[in-house]
Design a protein around this ligand. Structure first.
Ligand code: TPP
Length: 236
């Protein structure tokens, strides 16, 4: 399992020149379409779990438990998420969250719970590999956000290791940059945070407050009710 440590930044017109100046190497440009899923009452995202399908590949971003005590700026500017990319693991993790939530409420019935348990045990995975939608239906998950991104990726080789920078342009008219380090399980989280801060300094990024991601802007514009719920739960 990998933890993605990331700091978002505002992309200005000079960013590409700055990246070149500090020795960043462009490693490619690509376009992808993302679809994000949740229950109609936002069970996953209100717990800070983000279920995504990007060009047929599934990913679940889960809140990473902080094992470190970084300084305040680093803590507020960087996010940390555990990434799960195996579909059977995603299905059992998501069913667990939904099942726990359903057990708390009184609205569930036994056939709903049976459906959820089936997905948790990956019972249907083999029968319907070609059909992505059955497990989503069984868990009552719907797509709440869909957009395309044009991404330019850069890599920066530093003594402490490589750092990646992505410049994203979403099709709904929002640009954002990301400085990113992937930390393998048990890896040094503080070192990753320091590498990110180091690159931010090299790029001359001011210690601004947290920059909005693509999802913040998307939900604010197109899903104001969902956005308001996440704001009051302090997720965004
Ligand atoms: N980014 C910030 C700055 N604050 C947050 N609370 C989140 C992300 C939570 N979050 C919202 S959407 C999402 C996450 C983890 C999934 C997409 O993550 P992101 O890394 O923005 O997308 P990508 O770069 O992979 O397109």
């Amino acid at each position: 399992m990998t933890v993605e440590v990331e700091r978002k930044f505002v992309c200005d017109a000079e960013i590409m020149g700055k990246l070149q100046d500090i020795g960043a190497e462009c490693i490619g440009q690509r376009q992808f379409r993302d679809q994000y899923f949740d229950s109609p009452d936002f069970i996953l995202t209100l717990k800070d779990f983000w279920l995504r399908c990007r060009e047929g590949l599934w990913e679940l971003k889960c809140p990473a438990v902080s094992g470190t005590t970084p300084d305040n700026d680093t803590e507020t500017l960087c996010t940390r998420y555990r990434e799960i990319t195996s579909l059977p693991l995603i299905q059992s993790e998501v069913s667990k969250i939904i099942r726990e939530h359903t057990a708390e409420g009184s609205e569930s019935n036994s056939s709903q719970r049976e459906q959820i348990d089936k997905v948790a045990e990956n019972e249907d995975t083999e029968i319907c590999t070609a059909d992505d939608t059955k497990w989503l239906n069984d868990l009552n998950l719907v797509c709440f956000a869909e957009f395309k991104t044009e991404r330019c990726s850069y890599t920066l080789e530093r003594v402490a290791g490589a750092v990646r920078v992505d410049l994203d342009q979403a099709d709904f008219g929002y640009c954002v940059g990301e400085i990113e380090v992937l930390v393998p399980e048990g890896g040094d989280m503080n070192a990753a945070l320091q590498r990110i801060t180091g690159i931010a300094v090299e790029l001359g990024l001011s210690c601004e407050k947290k920059v909005k991601g693509k999802m913040d802007v998307y939900l604010q514009r197109y899903r104001p009710e969902h956005y308001a719920k996440l704001l009051s739960a302090h997720i965004l």
